[in-house]
Ligand binder design. Structure first.
Ligand code: UFG
Length: 339
């Protein structure tokens, strides 16, 4: 039986989209999440499953006092910037928050003797895929600063593990999508850049249409294919990774994806069916830096973690997002507009 201290997990970015779902999963499994968040993009209303410490990862003293106060058994690190386009025009913001601030966190953990770390990595570490589906052995050749920040942190973790005994799981998400099926949390980015919430904003009439960036790719319908993985399934994978790390202390580097690709046109069409609304779509030029197709091999996560994603159908993913977006309006959380 684990002792009480082993049940506290520090969740940076726990007021955000994926972090809040992880907090719900942790609480549902008997852990006590403690959210560390500066609320720059997260929402205080989404911190409902444990403690809250308002702080910024650039503030080493704040991290140390949080670790001292709660003495967590492990850290799940979601806090980061994640807009690929912005990382190209403002790389300093990305290297400083995603890399330097992560180092602050890791060093504070070292000095407080916290040695287990679950890291939000990304399929962006691979860059343009060599073959599909993408497995974990493909070379890491990110094509934008965002992806490079994630690769750098993976390298730091490997070095910290070898030198200081840090145990870690790097979880490379594909396209996180959907929302908590109970409607307790969901996606509320501002500005919003992701295709599913933007399509739903058009369905709600908040925007006149959704733009499709490129219909001339070498894909079945000409639009990009992405691997949309349900955020509740992502949260479940974090829990499994945490338990495994606690049990055997072996580092993990895993893709988390649906294992299937859906096109942008399929997203728009499925959103029409799920919402019953007319969604106008306008074809635009390609968005720079978009690979035609990104699909995960999820074989390793299934094998190593015993992970079985539950919400694999695009309609189910979009349905949970739709439920949430309608609720988020009344909560005034989601101003879902374009940058
Ligand atoms: N898209 C549109 N119109 C829009 C927005 C997006 O057609 O208004 C298209 C994109 O061109 C892309 C697909 O929809 O083909 C998905 O785009 P998203 O912006 O929703 O997601 P990305 O695939 O660009 O980004 C995701 C994660 C990033 C991660 C990246 C890795 O959100 O954090 O995958 O490639 F880095």
């Amino acid at each position: 039986m684990a002792n009480f201290m082993e049940h506290k997990i520090l969740v940076t970015g726990g007021a955000g989209y994926i972090g809040s779902h992880a907090c719900k999963a942790l609480a549902g499994s008997g852990y006590t999440p403690v959210v560390f968040d500066n609320l720059s993009t997260g929402h205080r209303e989404l911190v409902k499953w444990g403690g809250f410490f308002k702080g910024d990862l650039s503030d080493k003293e704040a991290i140390l006092s949080c670790l001292k106060k709660y003495r967590p058994a492990a850290v799940m690190h979601f806090a980061a910037y994640a807009a690929v386009g912005e990382s190209v025009v403002n790389p300093a913001r990305y290297y400083s928050n995603n890399v330097v601030n992560t180092l602050n966190l890791l060093d504070a953990m070292r000095s407080r003797g916290v040695d287990k770390f679950i890291f939000s990595s990304s399929c962006a570490v691979y860059g343009l895929p060599r073959s599909l589906p993408i497995n974990e052995d493909q070379p890491l050749e990110p094509v934008n600063p965002y992806g490079r920040t994630k690769r750098m942190v993976e390298e730091i973790l490997s070095d910290y593990s070898a030198a200081y005994g840090m145990k870690y799981a790097s979880l490379r998400y594909f396209n996180a999508a959907g929302a908590d099926p109970d409607g307790e949390t969901g996606e509320a980015h501002n500005p919003e850049t992701h295709i599913i919430p933007l399509t739903l904003a058009a369905a709600m009439g908040k925007t006149p249409f959704v733009e499709i960036f490129g219909a001339d790719y070498k894909t079945p319908d000409g639009t990009c294919l992405r691997d949309y993985v349900h955020v509740t399934d992502l949260a479940a994978a974090h829990l499994l990774a945490l338990k495994l790390l606690m049990k055997n202390g072996k580092n993990l580097v895993l893709n988390l994806g649906n294992g299937r690709g859906f096109s942008v046109k399929e997203v728009v069409e499925t959103a029409r069916l799920v919402t019953g609304k007319k969604v106008k779509a306008v074809i635009r030029a390609r968005r720079s830096g978009d690979p035609a197709e990104l699909v995960a091999s999820q074989a390793m996560a299934r094998r190593v973690l015993g992970w079985k994603p539950r919400y694999t159908r695009l309609a189910d993913i979009i349905r949970t997002a739709w439920q949430w977006h309608r609720k988020a309006i009344s909560l005034r959380l989601n101003d879902c507009h374009k940058p």
